[in-house]
Design a protein around this ligand. Structure first.
Ligand code: SF4
Length: 338
């Protein structure tokens, strides 16, 4: 399948107290046409910095892309100036954020905001744009579009506001939609509806989706492939089915074991990963997961493993071969995670 996005050895840093800390430290992955790739990790893993780097908004947050390439349809976005990036953002690449209320302008009706997004990319009349806005509102599952289009963001529920954000993101018919924790602020029923909507839109439009989430259950629902990030590095890249049935990296395994299972035994306590993600200013020597890894051995504390290809999958762990056969609870029952 054709690759729409290739991130190669991306390093993004932030200046703090005169020093630069690397929030993303040499990551490489790709997204293919029509594919949903979920970037999964705890807060501080670098997943949001990755997305902000791709759309080059990280520079407006005091961040700096220090190395690497971001190839979008084979063009390196790192070489684009602000004007060129503004055209790409919101046209070929759109983004939706966690909290739609802060992303929407409170003083304009949702209709006006969708119309503006449409007219930014298409040379059509206001009347035509208004009709398209109405169609988009319907497409994202908001009923009574004629009334809703005249309402202000505060008159809508959280779920509806997120649907409006998706409508705005779709206004330019993007090839790649980046969704950064789009359902975190919503309750579970609305979350399921928004995820359904994204899946449907992807199918209908053959759009690629990069979904950022801390929730491995959401990744199980949505992903074709999963990228597991930890402290600025990629730990594992595998298909969704592989990662949920047979995680290679101890961190992937830990994340899966901390999810409640539908078919789990009653009274059995959920496992959690001990400790917490390291501060970017205090990345441990060797494997950065070693202080929390139950399998860590001498080599792990001394030297950092690279992301290596293992039978079509990618994993950064010195012991992945041994651990893969040693995991006793290999079948984590993918269906029960979903
Ligand atoms: Fe654990 Fe060592 Fe693998 Fe790191 S390299 S994940 S510490 S076993």
């Amino acid at each position: 399948m054709e690759k729409i996005l290739e991130v190669k050895n991306l390093v993004t840093g932030y200046k703090t107290n005169g020093a630069v800390v690397k929030a993303v430290d040499g990551i490489s992955f790709d997204i293919r046409k029509g594919e949903t790739v979920c970037i999964v990790g705890e807060s501080g893993s670098g997943k949001s910095v990755t997305s902000m780097s791709i759309i080059r908004l990280v520079e407006f947050e005091n961040g700096q892309i220090m190395d690497g390439e971001i190839l979008f349809n084979q063009e390196n976005l790192i070489n684009k100036d602000n004007d060129e990036m503004r055209k790409i953002r919101g046209s070929q690449i759109s983004m939706i954020f966690q909290e739609p209320l802060t992303a929407l302008n409170p003083v304009f009706t949702i209709g006006k905001q969708i119309v503006e997004a449409i007219m930014f990319h298409k040379k059509i009349t206001k009347k035509e744009a208004y009709l398209q806005a109405e169609a988009l509102i319907k497409l994202v599952g908001i009923s009574d579009s004629k009334t809703r289009i005249k309402q202000y963001p505060h008159e809508l529920s959280g779920g509806m506001r997120q649907r409006v954000m998706i409508a705005i993101a779709l206004a330019s018919e993007p090839e790649l939609l980046i969704a950064d924790e789009p359902t975190t602020a919503l309750d579970v029923t609305i979350e399921a509806q928004i995820l359904d909507l994204l899946r449907e839109l992807k199918r209908e439009r053959n759009m690629s989706i990069m979904l950022i989430t801390h929730d491995i259950g959401v990744a199980a629902e949505m992903a074709d492939r999963v990228v597991i990030m930890y402290a600025g590095k990629i730990m594992e890249i595998s298909s969704a089915e592989e990662i949920f049935n047979e995680p290679l990296h101890p961190y992937s395994k830990g994340l899966l074991e901390s999810v409640p299972k539908m078919k789990g035994e009653r009274g059995v306590e959920l496992k959690s990963i001990t400790g917490s993600i390291p501060s970017l200013t205090q990345i441990p020597n060797g494997c950065r997961f070693s202080p929390r890894c139950p399998y860590a051995t001498k080599v792990c504390y001394e030297s950092e493993p690279d992301l290596e290809i293992k039978e079509g999958r990618q994993v950064a762990c010195w012991l992945s071969d041994q651990l893969n056969s040693a995991y006793s609870n290999r079948s984590i029952e993918w269906e029960s995670v979903k």
